[in-house]
Unconditional design. Structure first.
Ligand code: UD1
Length: 417
């Protein structure tokens, strides 16, 4: 298993570029199943999670090719309606094939995603949406079995904002007969990208960017080509890296409008920001000010940047409180940061972070994707050497993060065991 060996106490400076957004590409790949013919997604990075999705689409009968950042998916015929346990257990986002399979094939058999390192993550909202559209759902031998000869448009009222359930509902409703309304839809940028792609394929979805979406069902979709948006979480991770430095760091190829909640918190922490159309320069403060954070659905502060921002707060001049309302158990990394001599105490789902003068390198273990990114940031600024094991998590969602950060002056070595 690979690990990172990080020489700490490094000061970063320069320019770093952001790749395409994993969480927009995953549902876009699943959406390609809806149109017979070849669709093309551009600005696609080389990530394990995207390979897992490609593997699943091939299993279902699609032809998937990846070449220099371009992914082509040809789904002329679907030969299987089953998303097997081996693939779904590797990646929860495999649940994204549920809506497309049901809409195109009238049947889907998708393994139940298990729990994961950031706590129990149910799929009840996905299933309720399919049921609202007329699907019959049963759970058999660890599999979700959904059947509907023809989906029928309906009102879907989500009691909780869910990115995944909103996208799955959209992908099912586009081929349903009649009108579907999604109330309390998630409005993350990744949902917008899915809507744009589906509309390019001939779907009729209105309400983009709002919590109320209307879908007029159509008979069939056609293939489309589209550029994928930059990854706002990768961009945010690099901005926090800049905030931890003493020199300016510029993050290029991002959409600043997707990062407002983080930018506000970085300013509150004392950073000066220079914002342009597709780039942000962060000028770090002399002293980091403590800032409280509450994660919320978009446009609130993203749970996917919670761990990285906590690292910044470990070096703040005072105490801050970080609360995750979306995934309350997403604090597995806290014990690891404390091994680096951070001073964090958990009080239920709130981390009380008392800033320290410096972190001290140690051996730590990554528990999930964003936690791994947080540990990398901590290792770069800690005194001495930090070794991070189980970094396969980070390769799921960051394209060669060590190479990108090393170009800014970090010293991260990948050791393959
Ligand atoms: C997506 C992102 C993930 C991010 C999360 C929240 C992908 C592949 N993953 O995950 O990185 O952290 O959004 O921004 O895009 N919930 C239910 N029942 C459901 C579905 C969700 O109760 O059926 C709950 C979840 O437990 C959580 C909240 O709803 O508390 C939001 O989760 P959701 O937005 O669905 O997250 P994902 O789409 O799984």
């Amino acid at each position: 298993m690979d690990r990172f060996i990080i020489e700490g106490n490094r000061d970063l400076a320069g320019t770093i570029s952001v790749s395409g957004a994993k969480n927009a590409i995953l549902p876009a790949m699943a959406a390609c199943l809806l149109a017979p013919g070849k669709s093309v997604l551009r600005n696609v990075p080389n990530l394990i999670d995207l390979k897992t999705m490609a593997h699943l689409l091939r299993f279902l009968g699609a032809h998937v090719d990846f070449n220099s950042g371009e992914l082509s998916i040809a789904a002329a015929t679907i030969t299987s309606n089953e998303a097997p346990y081996e693939l779904v257990s590797k990646m929860r986002a495999s649940i994204y094939v549920l809506g497309p399979l049901l809409a195109r094939q009238g049947e889907a058999l998708v393994s139940f995603p298990g729990g994961c390192a950031i706590g129990t993550r149910p799929v009840d909202l996905h299933l309720k949406a399919m049921e609202a559209l007329g699907a019959r759902i049963s759970v058999e031998h660890g599999y979700i079995h959904a059947i509907a000869e023809k989906l029928i448009g309906a009102d879907i009222h989500f009691e909780k904002s869910s990115v995944g359930a909103t996208i799955n509902a959209l992908m099912a409703a586009v081929l349903a007969s009649g009108t579907t309304r999604i109330i309390n839809a998630a409005r993350e940028p990744e949902v917008d990208t899915t809507i744009e792609l589906l509309n390019k394929m001939g779907a009729r979805i209105s309400g983009l960017g709002t919590t109320s979406l209307t879908i007029e069902g159509v008979e069939k979709l056609v293939p489309a080509a589209m550029d994928m948006i930059p990854d706002r979480i990768e961009a945010g991770t690099f901005l926090v890296a800049g905030a931890l430095s003493t020199q300016p760091v510029t993050v290029e190829n991002c959409v600043p409008g997707h990062l407002d909640s983080l930018l506000e918190k970085l300013r509150a922490a004392g950073c000066e920001l220079d914002i342009r159309d597709t780039g942000i320069t962060v000028n770090p403060p002399q002293k980091i000010k403590p800032v409280d954070v509450l994660t919320l659905p978009y446009p609130g502060f993203p749970t996917d940047l919670q761990a990285q921002f906590t690292v910044l707060m470990t070096l703040a001049d005072g105490v801050s409180f970080i609360e995750d309302t979306i995934f309350p158990d997403r604090f597995m990394y806290v014990a690891e940061l404390n091994r680096l001599q951070a001073d964090i105490r958990m009080e239920r789902n709130v981390a009380r972070v008392r800033g320290v003068a410096s972190l001290s390198g140690a051996e730590v273990m990554a528990s999930d994707l964003r936690a791994s990114a947080a540990l990398v940031l901590a290792g770069i600024v800690a005194q001495g050497q930090t070794t991070i094991s189980r970094i396969y998590h980070i390769d799921r969602g960051y394209d060669h993060i060590e190479e990108k950060l090393n170009r800014l002056g970090a010293r991260i070595k990948r050791e393959t065991a």
